[in-house]
Unconditional design. Sequence first.
Length: 146
Amino acid sequence: MQMLIALSLIAFITISISLLNKFWQYRVCAICAGVSLTWILFLLTGLFGYQINWFIPAILMGGSVVGITYWLEKHLAPRQLNLFAKTLLILMGFYAAYEIIQQSWYPAIIAAVIFLIIIIYYLRFSSKQQSTKTIQDLEKKMDDCC
């Protein structure tokens, strides 16, 4: 029954965000929001003492970790996020999710911080790299133009 509730929540939140995206300036990944908000709701429900099946938020958290890694890879320059970085992201994300499910807060926070540091590092490094490449491309086009 709880899995049916989780799937229904994901569908409802996804559809709602998808409709709201038409009015928002910044677009949000509807399925990402559906999955993330569902595991957050399940996690909060369990932490407030209600009986939940902890496999459900664990599965959804794993999906979020993989989704974040995929999003990061998609938004970076080609070959910017190498196999080592992807593996490290997945491992830290899974470990953070595991510790959250176990309610071991200090290891969860440490793993989550490492996960975020890796993301911030690659986003920052890649954006500088892409800006430099874009400027160089524009300079080359201007030189070729005239």
